[in-house]
Design a protein around this ligand. Sequence first.
Ligand code: FAD
Length: 505
Amino acid sequence: MVRGKGGQMLKTSSVREDASRRPHIGIIGAGISGLRAADILLDEGLQVTIFEARDRIGGRICQSDKLGYKVDIGPNWIASCFLTTPLHATGDKHPIRDLAIETNTPLHHWNNRQNIFTSSGELLPAEKSSELSTLLWDIIEDAFEHSKKNGKSIPESASLYDYIESRVKEKLPDRVEDQKLVLSMSEMWGAYIGHSVNQQSLRFAWMEECCGGDETFIETTYEAILDRIAKVPLEKANILLGRRVSNILMPQDRSCDTIRVATKNAEVFSFDELLVTAPLGLLKVKQTSVSPCLPQRLCAAIDAISVGTLEKVYITFPSAFWTVNQADNFAGYTNWLSPKYATETNPMCWPQEMWNLAAFSPANRRPTLLFYLYGSCSSYIVHLVKGKSTEEHYALLDEFFRPYYSRLPNFAADDENCKPKAILSTDWQLDEMSGYGSYCNFQVGIKDAEEDVKVMRHGVPEQRLWLAGEHTAPFEELGTAAGAYMSGEAVAKRIVDSYVIKEPR
Ligand SMILES: Cc1cc2nc3c(=O)[nH]c(=O)nc-3n(C[C@H](O)[C@H](O)[C@H](O)COP(=O)(O)OP(=O)(O)OC[C@H]3O[C@@H](n4cnc5c(N)ncnc54)[C@H](O)[C@@H]3O)c2cc1C
């Protein structure tokens, strides 16, 4: 027996030669879930070894300085829904928001203004866009309620789009043009899930990250938050960077006291427990071979849940020509509905949306527009610039996005301030280690997503294998950084519990 934090007895196997040895936990992945799990396990006195295939920690939390200053190429947002829904998974605390405050990471609340350009490129009057957008969000909130209340009685083929379509007809019976506008505006849902609103399962819409709470955007980057989460693991865990696990050998049951892993370069390690935080997309393609096979129900769950393809494009200019005096006086959000005026570069008329980073507080303000892409549009852009030189990358993306940014106020084609200085685009869907995508989502056709997530969360502890990551997060935080953090925390507590002998009262 050894003592954990708080004096609990930690069980050690009676077959061990050295009974004082602390349980040794292997973790695959040094993303936020793996690091959070490591922190808890170390705090409880367990030994931790982390395998990370990349040469850095953080996983999908990652920065680039290609624009001349640092930006997040993964998450930027923190949505603290508990502020409006007290029973939300995060309870009365939001771990990432709290860490942002602790690390003095500046959070931005967007102004409520938005610009909506119609498909012919006209700016909708502010009153109209505000009215229709309020209606749309009310309908989405109703859809979440409907989904939560009626769950599996909703046909699995029903989409969020279907729901919006039927409700908008009820709400605006005689305004056919406005109905079309609201439906077109509903495409923005794609930037939440990384796929089209037509693909969002209505049955399981309630499981998506809830929206409409306190949505803040990090003005700088997630770097300080990640540093804080990684502090103890960096000091106390054995972190093996550039070590990709290629094989896992599970025991038949817990009577065998080790689980083994082999890395790509054939090193073999044995652990008491193994925590796998590899992204869902990697579990889907069976990037790491697991022997014996994972239970069938777990494989079915992994297959059933989808992975989105959200991508980001930052375009930075010499100055924020669209604002007056470079201040926060322009709409935070701009949406170009299904553009019919740029078919040479955008033949499918994919809608575009962007956030104005010149709105930040003076110290962090940037003359930069951040576009979010998803679904077939993001795949198109990623493949358009794949393998291109910096100059070609710039030229192709500038050509693609000019029809949109040129509609902003004060644009003049011959003004140097209106020519992008640098363009940064992400390609998560080509990144094997992020599972070829952004994060999990629940698409039309999925039958039992709630149970699927529970099955993934459970993992295979009977054979010493546990799972964590954004795809095993608490409901309503699935797919988020907070969810990944909480999933690591929850699984680590379960692992610790499995070693604590419960004394009879
Ligand atoms: C474009 C984009 C935008 C996003 N926006 C937001 C947002 O605004 N707000 C928000 O809350 N969330 C957002 N997210 C989601 C958020 O980034 C993720 O939910 C979170 O970072 C996932 O953490 P994780 O620990 O589950 O996985 P990861 O961070 O992916 O960590 C898994 C790690 O495992 C490693 N690994 C995989 N296989 C192996 C192997 N075989 N051997 C060794 N190592 C391996 C990987 O290299 C990786 O480092 C966004 C994500 C993307 C891609």
